[in-house]
Design a protein around this ligand. Sequence first.
Ligand code: CP
Length: 331
Amino acid sequence: MPANSWTRHHILSLADFTNCEYDTVLRTAASFQEVLSRRTKKVPTLQGQVVANLFFEPSTRTRSSFELAAKRLSADTLNFTSATSSITKGETILDTAKTYLAMGTDIMVIRHREAGVPSAIASEMDRLGVKVSVLNAGDGQHEHPSQALLDLFTLCTLLDPAHPRLELLKDKKIAIVGDILHSRVARSNIWSLTATGAEVHLAAPPTLLPKLFADYGKNRPGKLFLHWQLEPALENADFVMTLRLQKERMSANLLPSGREYHRLFGITRSRLQRLCKPHVKVLHPGPVNRGVEISSDLMDDPEFSLIQTQVTSGVAVRMALLYLIGSGKTA
Ligand code: CP
């Protein structure tokens, strides 16, 4: 994609992201990673712009990471949490968004437990004819684009720190293991990882991996496989992404117990060493149920775990996203 040609106004989903857009995000994030390694980690790029973090659902990583990213770009930041807002007095979500619009917000970063809320706010901003951009920071079980992009950046920079790019993951085997049914992270990662030409293997108990997930693999450059046992997904895997059991989204008893889940699907050092490629790395978007989806010792082992790197990458990637939609320029 040539310079100054980023045209996407909102980032709501990765379903229609192009390879050029992925590579632009990776390249731009790499340039901000370099900025973040300097003594002075701030650039004036978004000076005078207002970034509002509207979080209607709890978050540690995403909210703080977007806030820090906006501050590193010299934007002014507003932070909203629904529990301490006028939502508790009956104000609607759209009226909340319009209130932030009236304060001069340029970019709204939105998380909500219902799928579609960021899209609805983006449509309202477009209908009003204002130039506000909306970034989806996780909506229900739908998508979490910035998480998948930081995961992609983490993997690509591991393979080529100077020039992270999509083609580096072509033909790699990547296993995504866990509560895929309830995971917006899995859905966004399926879009981004199949765009690279990687083999993506989903593994979970049948209750957490319905067959309809096979549809996500149709007409994608990379192949998508479904497994209801762990071993075939891990065999010769280059990367393993584990996902949290989202008990807050489970409407029925979909699993016997966390202990039983760990016995059958838990990611442990011995399983990685027995089944995967020798240099396998493990990812987790967080927050983690230690000892359930991943063993506690593996999570903290820098030889295998990229979990802290993912968090660090998140700031550079979110700087890139804010920069690209905030200025419409490429690095
Ligand atoms: N990965 C992720 O979205 O974490 P938070 O819920 O802490 O933002």
